[in-house]
Design a protein around this ligand. Structure first.
Ligand code: ZN
Length: 441
């Protein structure tokens, strides 16, 4: 039986007809795409047909070359623009943009029960998916241990809706290199990361985290930041090159990669000398750092959005620092684009509330000179390569996972359209239509 559905603007899932398909055979779905943006090329294609078998794409082409098989569910997106599901390369499922008046960062580690934090993380995961981000790289749990591995498993087994998750588990920094801080010396408080001192402890932490399910290792190479008397951003370095090298050597040996939080200066250079695979934030990339990133093919995940939110008043030291961050960060992104560094889309969401739109980062990138197609590439084919998932995510091609989104307008004209995603499919399942537990065991 062939079923049909006509898609109305903003009511895209309301009309998909259930079809009788035997439970053992993989489901067949056909998407009719009015416009299809392929991030590998520049020109969008018109009137394309995408055939999906189970969780993967089987064929893509025009109606003459791709036929709709008997029994397939037809999803009509012929009035929409269809793109690959997007990839967010820097999230924090376990943070909620903590409000200082409600206890800020510290209360989560001191008073919140792990189940409460996990429950809130399930909402974060859903928020990513419903905005069209079908894959995320989550950049550590902020004191929630290996909670991200649990959330990932619950998503993969279909218990809760969420994106594909690349975990980093606990994160790593040094003594004096991460909150909680500011307590009296005799008072033992938990830390938002695993603290290491010396290459032996560093390697052991990497081994532990990989053993318990980390897909990536996240290292903080800088911590505090301030402005010097010339108004330039300065940041406190944390791990030594030797400590980082021990972690990188261990992670690479296991076939995994290392992401380094690094703002500027000494810590940024140690991150590069230690062989990190991605620089997170990179607020003040000097010329030598850019040249080294180019040479070492280091990924750059700028996360502009989080630094635009919640800046302190301009006449305070914190406010001056916050403004120096934004100004230097904007220059860094421009220089990185000019040098053609490998830039991936990430926001640090969780550092600001999950109720705010993730796609606002696209607007900032575009304002600073990145074309819409390049911005789309930063959230599709580029992170797919960084995550060693080329051809599987970030593209709509035969063999890839059926991670597909749609918007009503043209994001190549107005990048803001990516903030109005109104159709989300992940692994062949339409979000919002099928119960997440329908695939659970
Ligand atoms: Zn972060």
């Amino acid at each position: 039986m062939k079923t049909r559905c006509t898609v109305l603007a903003l009511a895209l899932y309301s009309c998909i007809t259930a079809v009788a398909q035997t439970s053992s055979a993989p489901r067949l779905t056909v998407i009719r795409a009015g416009t299809l943006i392929d991030p590998r090329g520049d020109a969008p294609k018109r009137n394309q047909v995408i055939l999906i078998r189970g969780e993967r794409i089987e064929a893509v082409g025009d109606a003459a070359t791709v036929k709709s098989p008997e029994g397939a569910t037809i999803i009509d997106l012929s009035n929409a623009t269809v793109l690959p599901g997007m990839i967010e390369s820097h999230t924090h499922l376990f943070l909620q943009g903590e409000d200082p008046t409600k206890g800020g960062y510290d209360i989560q580690l001191l008073k919140f029960y792990p189940a409460y934090r996990a429950a809130r993380a399930t909402v974060s995961a859903r928020r990513a998916l419903e905005q069209g981000f079908t894959t995320i790289r989550d950049m550590e749990t902020e004191g929630a241990g290996y909670g991200d591995v649990g959330i990932k498993r619950a998503v993969d087994e279909g218990y809760i809706p969420g994106p594909r998750i690349f975990t980093t588990t606990r994160g790593i920094s040094t003594t004096g290199g991460y909150p909680l801080e500011g307590y009296a010396p005799g008072v033992e408080v938990p830390k938002g990361v695993q603290i290491v001192d010396g290459p032996v402890e560093a390697r052991k932490a990497a081994r532990e985290q990989l053993d318990y399910g980390a897909d990536w290792i996240k290292v903080y190479m800088t911590h505090r930041s301030w402005t010097d008397k010339n108004g330039k951003l300065v940041s406190q370095p944390t791990l030594t090159v030797e400590e980082l090298k021990a972690i990188v050597d261990e992670a690479h040996g296991w076939g995994h990669k290392v992401a380094c939080h690094a703002y500027s200066g000494e810590g940024l250079h140690r991150a590069l000398d230690g062989g990190c695979d991605s620089i997170e934030h990179g607020l003040a990339l000097d010329d030598a750092a850019i040249a080294q990133m180019k040479r070492q093919a280091t990924w750059y995940c700028p996360t502009m959005t989080v630094y635009y939110t919640d800046n302190a008043p301009p006449d305070t030291p914190e406010g001056k620092r916050d403004r120096a961050r934004v100004a230097e960060h904007e220059q860094s992104l421009k220089k990185a684009m000019q040098a053609e560094l490998k830039i991936v889309f990430g926001t640090d969401v969780g550092g600001f509330p999950w109720t705010e739109p993730i796609a606002q980062e696209f607007g900032i990138m575009n304002k600073l000179g990145m074309s819409p197609i390049e911005a789309i590439r930063s959230a599709t084919i580029r992170p797919a390569e960084m995550l060693d998932m080329q051809g599987e995510i970030g593209v709509i091609v035969p063999g890839a996972y059926a991670d597909i989104i749609a918007v009503q307008g043209d994001p190549l004209r107005d990048i803001g359209e990516l903030g109005r995603v109104n159709f989300v499919m992940k692994g062949g399942i339409v979000y919002g239509r099928e119960s997440p537990t329908s695939t659970a065991h």
